[in-house]
Design a protein around this ligand. Structure first.
Ligand SMILES: C[S@@+](CC[C@H](N)C(=O)[O-])C[C@H]1O[C@@H](n2cnc3c(N)ncnc32)[C@H](O)[C@@H]1O
Length: 235
């Protein structure tokens, strides 16, 4: 914690503010959102691809999880401090979007061990095109910090840029620099305050030039206790 104060007082302040507002949000009743059981066929139909598709994913997922587990990491819910690793549904979704939309510019928030990062980068490798910018405020625990991005192999690193710090500090400037982006993934802090901040900024940058080839993907959680709708996400 002392080293975090010494190196990054702005992010320390942001961490405290986010924690405070997350606690306040938790006093509200949880949002009773309904899961869409047929989200995957619907996603494929929106993308105009046959279902089932993305069969390469089925071989890649156990291979990558197996190698991380063999290296001594425990992968799954709440195994990275209080955070979840990307689960198979989220990662399959982002794989499918990256393979089929063939995005040139992808921005994600929230890296942890880097499961979404790894699969976005692998999909870009298969496509032969694309660059990923990942914004991440890692936990203060030094052991967890050592594990950040563990899933991303060196051979993929040229396609990715890691930006250390909060999305509140770095997302606006990055989006300004990139202009239009093709795909945005929210997977950082799931408080309504933070999700809204990220989506409000990313939404305006997605699809200005080519609306149908741009999209937003996000992981929501019981922590989102929102009464106001989010921007039109049709899935
Ligand atoms: C759910 S985990 C990310 C999981 C990852 N996408 C994966 O596929 O394994 C969330 C990560 O976001 C980071 N984080 C928390 N608050 C953040 C913020 N305000 N901005 C950016 N990253 C944040 C956490 O430290 C954590 O590593």
């Amino acid at each position: 914690m002392v080293s975090a104060i010494a190196t990054d007082p702005a992010d320390l302040w942001i961490r405290a503010l986010e924690k405070f507002s997350e606690r306040r949000e938790r006093r509200r009743p949880p949002c009773q959102y309904q899961a869409e059981p047929d989200w995957e066929p619907r996603l494929h139909s929106l993308l105009g691809v046959a279902w089932p598709a993305c069969l390469e994913f089925q071989g890649l997922w156990p291979k990558i999880i197996g190698s991380l587990t063999a290296s001594g990491l425990q992968i799954g819910p709440q195994s990275f401090g209080p955070w979840n690793d990307g689960d198979t549904g989220l990662v399959r979704d982002i794989w499918c979007l990256t393979r089929n939309l063939r995005p040139a510019k992808v921005v994600e928030t929230g890296v942890a061990r880097g499961l979404t990062s790894r699969f976005i980068l692998e999909a870009m490798e298969c496509n032969g095109t694309g660059h990923l910018w990942s914004i991440d405020l890692p936990p203060t625990n030094p052991e967890l910090q050592r594990q950040v991005g563990a899933a991303v192999e060196d051979r993929l690193r040229d396609r990715g840029s890691y930006i250390r710090g909060s999305s509140r500090r770095h997302l606006p400037g990055l989006l300004h620099e990139l202009g239009q982006i093709d795909l945005f993934l929210h997977d950082s802090l799931h408080s309504e305050r933070n999700v809204r901040f990220e989506l409000d900024r990313a939404w305006g940058r997605c699809g200005q030039a080519a609306p149908r080839s741009s999209t937003i993907s996000m992981r929501t959680g019981a922590s989102i206790r929102s009464r106001k709708p989010f921007p039109a996400i049709h899935l």
